[in-house]
Design a protein around this ligand. Structure first.
Ligand code: PLP
Length: 359
């Protein structure tokens, strides 16, 4: 049974993007970020596809790591938010997870820990994001507490996260990197500060480990630069199917609220794709859909299971014709701009109802 809406995941493109990242951040090790179900691509499938290519994987939370271990993923897995309780710490030990330590309460948990697991720990420094991490003045003391643990860390690394790396030349990023460098240099430990935008925009941020997320999936982290220009190939192709075609007259309205009124006689294709599949309801009339190889505008409101597309002048479209919602020939970045959001949100939102296939 073929489902009407499908996300095809191109594992070769995934590996090519990782190779591209390695060539940009030459000689650095790579933590492939596969949190949030690998940005909607399927974390187990992505981890398997990159098992020989990534040095480690990162997820946000314990349960995401558990799902990967249960699926047989043996590579190092880093929990970007660390753990929050003794139970979680025990589970992290049992699953051999690496931990971010960003909070004093996590130091206390480790100090109270009586297990034998020697953790690999990533001490997080707040250099200006003001979300997670120890302030620069607290880092030396935090590190001393970790070094004094009954079971000392197997490895201790230092990391930070950049708030504005997607803005080329941002003064904030210069400041964050300067703060981080000043703390890291005297400690003599491995460092990590670059997400995708840091990798492609800030060579000074590369450190010892880079942490690509979005770029792995072939999507540009910069608002004004395409993935193609960065040498990246989209991994997800989201396609739907035409389930009805109708002709409307001038002044007929289409969909809920009569939100679109035909300015002239028009041919409308109804596609099986709605907000229950992950299309945002904020996608306005005019947002592009690729039908019959041509860009055609969405018209009217996105509903739960359907959208309408104006295919006037697009020949050969009938019930059963495929339509591309995003992918190589229609970058998700472009669709995101229409929805007034970022490609991250669209990708993460692809719903369970969509059929996932590996190519
Ligand atoms: C999500 C995340 C990344 C990856 O960011 P991208 O912009 O998707 O490359 C890297 N580091 C941390 C700490 C993250 O939370």
């Amino acid at each position: 049974m073929t489902r009407l809406i499908r996300a095809v995941i191109d594992t070769q493109a995934l590996r090519a993007n990782l190779a591209r990242i390695r060539s940009v951040a030459a000689g650095r090790r790579v933590v492939a970020v596969i949190k949030a179900n690998a940005y909607g691509h399927g974390s187990v499938a992505v981890a398997r596809a990159l098992a020989d290519d990534a040095d480690a994987f990162a997820v946000a939370r314990l349960e995401e790591g558990v799902a990967l271990r249960d699926a047989g993923v043996t590579r190092p897995i880093l929990l970007l938010e660390g753990v929050l309780s003794r139970e979680q710490l025990g589970e992290a030990a049992a699953r051999n997870f690496e931990l971010v330590v960003h909070e004093a309460s996590q130091l206390a948990l480790l100090e109270a820990w009586r297990g034998t697991q020697r953790f690999t720990l990533w001490l997080k420094v707040n250099t200006g994001m003001n979300r997670l991490g120890f302030d620069p003045a607290e880092v030396v003391a935090a590190r001393a507490r970790l070094a004094a643990l009954t079971v000392p860390p197997a490895v201790l690394r230092l990391m930070t996260h950049l708030a504005r790396a997607d803005e080329r030349g941002s003064a904030t990023t210069h400041e964050q990197l300067a703060r981080f460098g000043a703390i890291a240099a005297p400690l003599g430990v491995e460092t990590s500060s670059a997400n995708s935008a840091g990798i492609f925009g800030w060579p000074a941020a590369h450190g010892d480990w880079v942490r690509p997320g979005l770029s792995l999936y072939g999507v540009s982290p910069f608002p004004h630069e395409t993935a193609a220009a960065l040498g990246l190939t989209p991994v997800m192709t989201l396609t739907s199917t035409v389930i009805a075609v109708r002709d409307v007259r001038a002044d007929d309205c289409v969909g809920y609220g009569g939100a679109w009124r035909a300015p002239r006689a028009a041919r409308i294709a109804i596609l099986a794709a709605g907000y229950a599949d992950g299309l945002l309801r904020s996608l306005p009339s005019g947002a592009p859909v690729l039908v019959g190889g041509q860009r055609a505008p969405l018209v009217g409101r996105v509903s739960m299971d359907m959208i309408a597309v104006d295919i006037t002048g697009v020949p050969g479209i009938e019930v059963g014709s495929p339509a591309l919602l995003w992918g190589r020939d229609l970058p998700v970045e472009e669709v995101a701009r229409f929805a007034n959001t970022i490609p991250y949100e669209l990708l993460c939102g692809v719903a369970q109802r969509v059929a996932f296939e590996l190519a």
